[in-house]
Design a protein around this ligand. Sequence first.
Ligand code: NDP
Length: 275
Amino acid sequence: MADRYAVFGNPIKHSKSPRIHAAFAEQTGEAVEYSAQLVELGAFENDVARFFAEGGKGLNVTVPFKQNAWNMAAQRSSAAERAGAVNTLYQSADGVLCGDNTDGVGLVADLQDNNGVSLKGARVLMLGAGGAVRGVLEPFLAAGAAEIVIANRTVANAQELVDLFGDLGHLSACGFSDVEPRAFDVIINGTSASLQGELPPVPDAVVGPDTACYDMMYGAEPTPFCIWAKQQGAAIVIDGLGMLVEQAAESFRIWRGVKPETRGVIAEVRRELAG
Ligand code: NDP
């Protein structure tokens, strides 16, 4: 019988995770069954406990429960500890609930392995200061980023991240229009502005002919950030679909000890998105 996994979230209807994990299971021959489960607000802790009590092997956790999962996990990886959020839950051999966060590893893998963008020595502009950005700062610094400027609508939220991660590397905080108008090596849009069809108002000069631009958001159509980056002549423009597949692959590896191949899966999901 297949081992049971699931993603818990609210809303969850449009989750691509079951599709992605089904592709991983088929490709690796692992006996895995993976479903999406809508969890009512306030029911997360009970639903997680029941899932594992009934023999479930592992969970992905998405909006709005990543912090609840962090609180529930009795053991957390260092990535999860600093991220303040858990997107991957499983039990150790002796039944301890363990939490990890694979978003940062996923983004670094998509940039470096799939798109040839090296973070070593890079000057990075990070737009946004929410949960997603918090999850990627440590992996970015570990991958060798020389400097990260965190620009956000609410500067205090960016400053909070500088205070939290400043011991790990060269970080600074500012508002969008205060970003120094000089080309960065890598620009990440980790805001949810694209959801509202908006663009963080940074100076155009932050994009140069060698800049790689990445929007954590993805969809059937190019995001406003990706359209803008192309117009500014960025060397590479990427959306967040690869990050989604890579963070799923890292969860799969944690659970099964097998790392699936991702490129074919990214291409398949991309084709399905385009309809
Ligand atoms: P949060 O709600 O935690 O943070 C949202 C961030 O966006 C904050 O910095 C907020 O600024 C900023 N923001 C919101 N609206 C606007 C706007 N109109 N203009 C400028 N800035 C704005 O969200 P997350 O960090 O969880 O997610 C951010 C994005 O990353 C989402 O689009 C999400 O879909 C995507 N994501 C993609 C993943 C993937 O695998 N591809 C994984 C995780 C996230 P302020 O602080 O001022 O409120």
